[in-house]
Write a protein that binds this ligand. Structure first.
Ligand code: IPE
Ligand code: IPE
Ligand code: MG
Length: 250
């Protein structure tokens, strides 16, 4: 069987792919196991997708790992997820370095337990010189939190006289978001059959193409990512223009 990889047009590869990794709990439940078993098995999919993106030449991969709203889950699930996160981060530093991948994290990181925050900062420091791809983990993240946070930062700058109100434009706003310096994702993938945004990258996804699959996250592999990219490449991105305008300019 030929890999879907052969169908990818490398001239039109998305530079930035964002993923809502969903369905770990249902994956575990389907096999009569506890939800945490699903989270543990989700790590393999993170590895596969990161490797596939780096190999293809995608420059930014952004993964929704824990939302602001996920703090409302049971204490047991939150604790287990936090422990799993720091364990995985520590274990994967070598692989990240071997593959020249830089780790980054966005979200309200001050809410993370200290051991988790420390593990994260160490891994970020240890991979900071890598430049093949940036892997961003969204932890204690939500789009509304991020937009509120950016607004506060901008307000502070206006208050201190560093910025004029007239200088606040879309570029200025983007520069104050935690994704500053990254291109907006061209492609958003969500697994598990849910077709919603769940407070992810609200500003940045303004013109992204959405790809939904019924597969639960632990079952998502390299071929599934290739499929998402092939599907993305079959679409016409119009940015408000008409189809005729897009084809005329080719
Ligand atoms: C995604 O899987 C992982 C996190 C949100 C941390 P879920 O835990 O949401 O799994 P489902 O959606 O309940 O199956
Ligand atoms: C979104 O998944 C958050 C992450 C994948 C980290 P959820 O499972 O929390 O989303 P909802 O609650 O079903 O919208
Ligand atoms: Mg879910």
């Amino acid at each position: 069987m030929n890999s879907l990889r052969d169908k990818i047009d490398f001239e039109r590869l998305p530079q930035h792919i964002a993923v809502i990794m969903d369905g770990n709990g249902r994956w575990a439940k389907k096999q009569g196991k506890l939800r945490v078993f699903g989270h543990q098995n989700g790590v393999g999919a993170v590895r596969a997708v990161s490797e596939a993106c780096a190999e293809l030449g995608v420059k930014y991969l952004t993964l929704y790992a824990f939302s602001t709203e996920n703090w409302n889950r049971s204490q047991l699930e939150v604790d287990t997820l936090m422990r799993l996160l720091s364990k995985t981060i520590a274990e994967e530093v070598k692989t990240l370095n071997d593959n020249n991948i830089k780790l980054n994290a966005i979200g309200d990181l001050s809410r993370l337990p200290k051991y988790n925050y420390d593990a994260l900062m160490k891994a970020i420091e240890d991979t900071k010189n890598n430049d093949r791809m940036t892997l961003t983990l969204c932890l204690s993240y939500s789009g509304r939190w991020e937009i509120t946070d950016a607004t506060k930062r901008i307000a502070e700058k206006v208050k201190s006289g560093e910025l004029d109100i007239e200088q606040i434009d879309e570029k200025c706003f983007s520069d104050n978001l935690s994704t500053s310096g990254m291109p907006d994702p061209e492609l958003l993938v969500r697994t598990s059959g849910e077709e919603r945004i769940s407070n992810f990258l609200l500003w940045q996804l303004a013109y992204s193409e959405f790809y939904f699959t019924d597969k639960f996250w632990p079952d998502f592999g390299k071929e599934d990512l290739y499929q998402a990219i092939v599907d993305y490449q079959s679409r016409e991105r119009r940015f408000g223009k008409t189809s005729e305008q897009i084809t005329e300019n080719k």
